[in-house]
Design a protein around this ligand. Structure first.
Ligand code: SF4
Ligand code: SF4
Length: 186
């Protein structure tokens, strides 16, 4: 086929390529970059543990804060971090990532939320409300709200103290299945 014939044939066609600004529909299960939802993270580090290429890492800072770090260039988009995150704090972006030659934009760093334990002042990662609600329902027992603010050690001590008071019949806990009446054991 001669070149003139090809040109004439193509004149009758619409462009065969997409216009650069045409939106491309993404497939339903498309995996873009991993998004971090700070309000749900409990800093358990499971995402880093299951990430084979070490695209997710954690940095312990001198001020006791911890950073969640994600290096996009190492990510294979396997989805293990998203699947294993116990609080659904990770998800996939459903859009195309920016095309850039600036490598610093491929490294995402977010600080894992912390607050001070009201008893001992130690820095602790708070339990997300969404997680507590999943276990206890929309109305959280007062005990649970109080205990969830404490560090692990103070929480353990607080639970023992309350259990002791409940067994002695001095306190009725909302969450502890301790009998405080004078029922006989079976
Ligand atoms: S993102 Fe999820 S898996 Fe990773 S530390 Fe936070 S809660 Fe744990
Ligand atoms: S999608 Fe896979 S490779 Fe990417 S950060 Fe998550 S676990 Fe790592």
């Amino acid at each position: 086929m001669g070149i003139l014939q090809i040109i004439l044939q193509n004149l009758g066609h619409r462009p065969r390529t997409r216009w650069v600004n045409d939106p491309v529909p993404f497939p339903e299960n498309y995996r873009g970059i991993v998004l971090y939802h700070r309000d749900r993270c409990i800093g358990c580090r499971i995402c880093a543990y299951v990430c084979a290429p070490a695209a997710i890492t954690f940095t312990d800072n001198a001020d006791q804060s911890v950073d969640w770090c994600y290096f996009i260039e190492r990510c294979t988009f396997c989805g293990r971090c998203v699947d294993f995150c116990p609080t659904v704090a990770l998800s996939f972006d459903r859009s195309a990532p920016d095309v850039t030659g600036d490598r610093s934009r491929h490294r995402i760093v977010k600080q894992v939320p912390h607050r001070n334990c009201p008893r001992c002042g130690k820095r602790v990662r708070p339990l997300p409300q969404s997680l507590l609600k999943r276990h206890y329902g929309d109305t959280l027992p007062t005990d649970i709200v109080e205990l969830s603010c404490l560090c692990e050690e103070c929480r353990r001590r607080g639970i023992s103290e309350r259990l002791k008071r409940a067994y002695e019949g001095r306190e009725q806990t909302e969450w502890c299945p301790v009998r405080t009446g004078g029922e006989d054991d079976d």
